[in-house]
Unconditional design. Structure first.
Lengths: 251, 179
């Protein structure tokens, strides 16, 4: 008897729900986490300043990856402090001249007294190092071009300099990164890396469209330097550069 | 009265006016034989046609009232509900950001980003009138994303399905179409 009654009640309840046309409204989708869009104005630019921390690094790094070929040039100098009492002095410096993308590029890297010229494309890689390079890498001769079908393993030693996206990630780090809102009519916005009060570096990126870097200036206790990012999207003639680095068997 | 008295008495010789009559009954009836009050006759019941029956009239009136209410309801729902409809949704790129424009009355609209994996994010804060600009460098979308615009009053599940969008008076556009 009671069972029959409860069954009727269930039937009535479900019929009521059906008649009202809905059970429960769907949960409203959440707004994007960690971003306050209420005061943002899309006319101000690409909105990078709305994010902070590792998100900024990821967004810039992704933009660089999608940005195509680039010409990166500049020099970073380590500051070394042999012992806590001594004055800091400039240590090794890394100089880079890189054209292309992570997959296809022409690059010259000088790290300390080691210098390499590298041409990498889908066809393979050609690397020429100087005497210091030959000392550090067994089996390499000074000023001899080494051609390989795949990626030459010695190039891994120069990571992340030879991948623009990784380079930007390394420069910015994942800690205290923040983009400052655009000021006036400036075409760029500044991405500041470093903890509050101790700025490690400033990366200037495009204000409109993809946040492609324009320059990086670093100045802190561990080093100083300046990198320029130019010629976004301009194709690099890797074949011509490869002709300059002729493989031994070619000629 | 006099005529009645004349008719009730028989004319006989030897009678004169003013002389008392003998032998003849002079007693007048006390009551009047004529009917003074109208006779009460039962009037025959008038047969009313069915369309004049009160119950029928009441039912006709209530029927028209109900029809009028239904018409008013329909008009109101036409004006309030169906008028908020998103049409001609276009997606493009303006100053590096995604720009969405659509046609519709001055009303509240909701904007949702649907990722390629089906995750939905509420971007309604970016809606300005019948336009919305979506920041390109805030990781709000990627190349596989689509945007859904619909009246803000809708609470159904956000979907890119054409039939659902139509029933919600909404529209959708994908980032892939912006370029």
């Amino acid at each position: 008897m009671t069972r029959g009654r409860s069954a009727v009640a269930v039937l009535l309840g479900s019929a009521l729900l059906l008649l009202t046309g809905c059970g429960k409204p769907a949960d409203p989708p959440p707004p994007p986490a960690g971003v306050d869009l209420s005061t943002a104005n899309a006319a101000d630019g690409n909105g990078l300043w709305l994010r902070s921390g590792a998100d900024v690094t990821d967004i810039v790094s992704e933009a660089v990856r999608a940005g195509g070929p680039v010409h990166i040039s500049g020099e970073l100098t380590e500051t070394v402090q042999p012992d806590p009492e001594a004055e800091p002095e400039p240590g090794r410096s890394i100089s880079i001249d890189f054209r292309g993308t992570a997959a296809s590029y022409v690059a010259t890297v000088v790290a300390g007294d080691v210098r390499i010229d590298a041409v990498v494309s889908a066809e393979g890689s050609r690397v020429r190092g100087n005497a210091a390079f030959a000392r550090e890498h067994e089996g390499r001769d000074a000023d001899a071009v080494v051609c390989s079908d795949g990626l030459d393993p010695v190039l891994a030693d120069f990571a992340p300099l030879l991948d623009p996206s990784d380079l930007v990630t390394a420069l910015l780090g994942t800690g205290g990164v923040g983009a400052s809102p655009p000021v006036g009519d400036a075409e760029t916005i500044e991405v500041v890396t470093g903890e509050e009060g101790s700025v490690v570096g400033v990366l200037t990126v495009q204000r409109y469209g993809a946040p492609l870097p324009a320059s990086f200036v670093a100045a802190d206790a561990s080093g100083e330097g300046e990198l320029a990012f130019a010629g976004w999207g301009e194709e690099v003639d890797v074949a011509a550069a490869a002709a300059d680095l002729a493989c031994p068997e070619d000629g | 009265m006099s005529a009645q008295s004349a008719s009730s008495s028989h004319a006989s010789i030897g009678t004169e006016a003013g002389r008392a009559r003998a032998g003849a009954s002079s007693s007048r009836e006390l009551g009047s034989t004529a009917a003074v009050l109208p006779e009460i006759v039962e009037t025959p019941e008038r047969q009313r046609p069915w369309w004049l029956h009160p119950a029928f009239i009441v039912s006709v009136v209530t029927t028209f009232l109900a029809l009028g209410a239904a018409l008013a309801w329909w008009i109101v729902s036409m004006i309030t509900d169906d008028s908020v409809k998103v049409t001609n949704l276009t997606i493009g790129s303006e100053a590096g950001n995604i720009a969405l424009h659509w046609d519709g009355p001055d009303a509240e609209y909701a904007l949702y980003e649907v990722s390629a994996g089906g995750d939905v994010t509420d971007l309604s804060q970016l809606v300005v009138g019948t336009s919305a600009w979506v920041f390109s460098a805030v990781a709000l979308y990627d190349d596989g994303s689509c945007f859904v615009v619909r009246p803000a009053s809708r609470t159904e599940q956000v979907s890119l399905d054409a039939a659902s969008l139509q029933s919600q008076n909404g529209a959708a556009a994908c980032v892939a179409d912006a370029r």
